[in-house]
Design a protein. Structure first.
Length: 207
């Protein structure tokens, strides 16, 4: 559980902004959304995500992981609540902004935590968790919306509860594993990649 909790939290964090994707036809019909407004709703997430990643997403030390994970998880829960109570597009925009802040704050710290506890295998775990969270968020939301009552509420409240429990599990266990951390540090390359290269790769992936 100790090794799995950070990965599970990453899956849940990545699922949150993707849940609306599978339900967008429902929202478009219920609120008569124009194509431009749908674009604004989706873009709000990226406009929040980008500065969060650039400014505070990568903590300089291990000590900085925990408040980012806590605050970022709080933003994820706030995004769920905003989506659950939304009766118009504008709370959804606020929810998307919270989701962007959540992903931007949490992913860097969880990456460090997963690498510390899994070593080099953590790189694969992070990639799998990111893709799995994105896919499950879209699919699970569509399934819940199809077969359970209150589709605009049930999926988000359920996700908020699971996210809160998992975040508490991660935050309650802050013990370090120096051996795994040292192994990762020894395997690190000598050269440091320019930050702009990472940004360009990330932008290309989103496009």
């Amino acid at each position: 559980m100790r090794a799995a909790a950070p990965g599970a939290l990453l899956v849940l964090i990545m699922a949150q902004p993707n849940m609306a994707t599978g339900m967008m036809p429902y929202y478009r019909h219920a609120w008569t959304l124009a194509p431009l407004l749908i674009t604004v709703i989706f873009a709000a997430y990226l406009f929040a995500l980008t500065p969060a990643l650039a400014l505070v997403g990568t903590p300089p030390t291990r000590r900085g992981w925990w408040w980012r994970i806590g605050v970022g998880s709080g933003f994820g829960i706030a995004a769920d609540v905003a989506m659950a109570v939304a009766h118009s597009p504008w709370p959804v925009v606020a929810a998307r902004i919270c989701a962007g802040l959540s992903v931007g704050l949490v992913t860097g710290s969880l990456a460090g935590l997963i690498l510390e506890r899994k070593g080099e295998r953590g790189r694969t775990a992070m990639a799998v968790a990111t893709v799995l969270g994105s896919a499950l968020g879209t699919l699970a939301a569509a399934v819940v919306a199809q077969y359970l009552p209150a589709p605009g509420v049930t999926v988000y409240l359920g996700h908020a509860i699971v996210l809160a429990v998992t975040a508490m599990a991660v935050l309650s266990d802050r013990a370090a594993r120096p051996a795994a951390y040292a192994g990762r540090a020894a395997a690190a390359p000598d050269t440091v990649e320019p930050r702009i290269a990472g940004y360009l790769r990330g932008i290309s992936a989103w496009v």
